[in-house]
Design a protein around this ligand. Sequence first.
Ligand SMILES: Nc1ncnc2c1ncn2[C@@H]1O[C@H](COP(=O)(O)OP(=O)(O)OP(=O)(O)O)[C@@H](O)[C@H]1O
Ligand code: SF4
Ligand SMILES: [Mg+2]
Length: 347
Amino acid sequence: MSEILDAPATDTAMVRVSALTKSYGGGASWLSRLGKGGPSTLKALDGVDLDLRPGEILALVGESGSGKSTLAKILVGSTTPTSGDVSYRGASAPSHRDRETSRRVQMVFQDPYSSLNPRLTVGRMLAELLLLHRIVPRREVRAESIRLLNLVGLEEEVLGAYPSQFSGGQRQRLAIARAIAVRPDVLIADEPVSALDVSVQATILELFTSLRAELGLSILFIAHNLAVVQHLSDRVAVMYLGRIVEVADTREIFARPRHPYTRALIDSIPRMREASVNDAFELDGEPPSPYHVPAGCRFHPRCALAGDACRATDPPLLQVGPAHLSACLKADELAAIPLPDPAQELP
Ligand SMILES: Nc1ncnc2c1ncn2[C@@H]1O[C@H](COP(=O)(O)OP(=O)(O)OP(=O)(O)O)[C@@H](O)[C@H]1O
Ligand code: SF4
Ligand SMILES: [Mg+2]
């Protein structure tokens, strides 16, 4: 097994999730009561193991419905897992978070409006937070608010403005200022640039990099596609139908993907597609419904390398290289298949 999964309980993972599951539903549906229809329980997370290391940016990537936001919500305590464990700095997180535990893990959403009260000016919003969490004494609130705004690239002048007066990118900066105001250790960013213009996306990605450097934050950055995180993250975790199927350093995963799903995500990046020698790994259609997770390897109905063993065995996440984990029975076979050239051109 991996050095990550085998690390002792006293190690320094900022956040660790172990064997995490989250099911929705469970009551008998009207169809199943009639003896028709399938299962009524949906497994949004189905045994997730993952570490967020101190001061790292870890990207969590996967198609829509793979469970990314569900994991994020569990980490910030807005929903509880069905089973499994979440720990912060080695201590199990209580299912009902007190204010101090909640403060340490903050979230930034795709839609910044969801965390900004439209009736409060920026100054009022920040002041309320700083006082509620006793971050600074009242006399220092204004100076601290200006410091926070400057950290996210905004000026003192915006203290009297309302969220509706900002552009999409500026609003996301405000939402980030709000999240870091309470001095968290961990920032969970759930698709924070997906709704922004491409030109603005780059500046917000740079902001995450600078905040990590200046504040020492550990950041879980959630994205649909690998292209967004290629130059941002230290490591990448790939999620498929409620499971982590590959984890490695960003350079390593782009240079040597060891799961066919990751390979498909890499090949779907437009410049990779242009350079690709074949389309064997192209993803067909949508992922299967999480109500009907395929037996054996959950990726087998869409996998270019699937064989009989894949339909019978559910592969665990195992070490396939230094600090590189994959849940694929044919990880070695995949390693022998060359990548399109641009993958070799990482800076
Ligand atoms: N409250 C809920 N009740 C029932 N099912 C839910 C609920 N929340 C999420 N799900 C289901 O759980 C699965 C995972 O959803 P989740 O939102 O975590 O995916 P995601 O990876 O964040 O997707 P996206 O990229 O579209 O945001 C999906 O099938 C979704 O429909
Ligand atoms: S175990 Fe088999 S089906 Fe699953 S990803 Fe690997 S090759 Fe494909
Ligand atoms: Mg989501």
